[in-house]
Write a protein that binds this ligand. Structure first.
Ligand SMILES: [Zn+2]
Length: 73
């Protein structure tokens, strides 16, 4: 599987204790419903209609789409 190298990736925790992935200036939250799978889908936190998303397998980013259809807040 192709490993996408993305610079400036960090894991952050929200005030509610939820793990988010921060990539550059954007933050991604884990989509509900797949917590038990090793492959996880993460979506942009800023706009629920945003198409940007990333997938992780075993805590590694395996695909990354950084196409945001909104202004950065
Ligand atoms: Zn976005």
């Amino acid at each position: 599987m192709l490993f996408i190298y993305v610079s400036a990736v960090s894991l952050i925790k929200t005030k509610k204790g939820i793990l988010n992935i921060k990539v550059g200036e954007y933050t991604f939250y884990q989509k509900a419903g797949n917590y038990k799978k090793s492959k996880k889908r993460w979506c942009c936190t800023q706009n629920k209609y945003c198409k940007a998303l990333l997938h992780t397998v075993d805590n590694k980013i395996v695909s990354f789409c950084n196409e945001h259809n909104h202004e950065r807040k």
